[in-house]
Design a protein around this ligand. Sequence first.
Ligand SMILES: [Zn+2]
Length: 425
Amino acid sequence: MKFYDAHNHLQDDRFAGRQAELVAASRAAGVARMVVNGSCEEDWPQVSGLAREFPDLVVPSFGYHPWFVGERTPRWREALVEFLDRTPGAVVGEIGLDRWKPGLSCDGQEEVFLAQLRLAAERNLAASIHCLQTWGRLLELLRTTPRPARGFLLHSYGGPAEMVPPLAKLGAHFGFPGYFMHDRKARQREAFKLVPADRLLIETDAPDQLLPDAANLHPLTDARTGRALNHPANLPDVYQFMADLRGEPLTTLAAQVEESFRRLFGAARAVDTGGPTLTIPLMSNDIIYPRSARETMAGWAYLPRFVDKIRLHLAGKLHTDYQENFAHKGFDAKWLQTAGLTAEQFIAVVKDTVTDAQVCDWVAKNVKKSAEEKAAFNQAVLNYGRENDPAVKARLQMRKEQSGLGHRDDLQCFVDYIDADEKRI
Ligand SMILES: [Zn+2]
């Protein structure tokens, strides 16, 4: 059986250079992959070093943790973009909001959190979010800010049970840590009973969030302080606890978590080819879906989706369902026409870039259209099928029925239909 640690801090100084030993013990325990979260500019190089050393195991994650936001340099955002651009398979985290830590200032927390969430959304990368005692505000911000189409992780979810459904609706996955195995964490465990099976992830948060002594099979001590540390090889115990809590076999839980982990964090990298990394969504199933038409780039709705389709096309991975309209019909053609470009011109632009940020810069510089023209295009795309044209409405209904979505009255336009067909809503 393979175990996936959705959140830890293998780079933490308290591990005092024993990382290779921890990795060996974790592999022996069946840990297949782990998301290693940086927390500030200072530890990002360590995270990328671990990803280079253990490429099949470590999913490198870069972000500013709310506890360290006050230490950021003026160019923190550029530094983050560089780490995301040059580290294969990189995701965003740990980011978040904290109203719990005594003495911690709120200054800059929201601004830094939102800037990072937007970066994750633009690139459709998973974001790992920390939240303590400010769940209502987090929900509000998530509702009104672009989110990664592939979803995000609420690590060590300790919010109210009744907030699980609305958060799940926005794309939340919920990380369960071994710390919630303590008797006093009954309220947190209750919330996890409401987490949909395909949104559940398991984490150690090592070196923090120690398990109860009886379950801690890998005792570890911080040599400098004598304090107990959590070992990442404790992960299978946390899985077993969750399987018991949900009353299902460990194998069932493990298979489900594996699928969710891969959907959110991408497939494993067998070897680092040294080539450019494309920010296309990697899915565990056969079809790689482009991003939602609702995502925007340089003020244009639909554009991130078109860029994904071009990258998939260039990689020979554009599914046949998307090939008929590709670049010459439908919304693809509509955007090109509005932007005053030919398909060949724009495909060449995407081909010459590695990241979304580069495409975005090119479009911002070379496609000079007014805010009104962009808004008109965005409205036309996002509402297509909603207006009262019986022929268009009939075609929408036909597409819904072909996809087994005929009963979904909430799908009122083509973009709704596409989001449902690609399993985002
Ligand atoms: Zn953490």
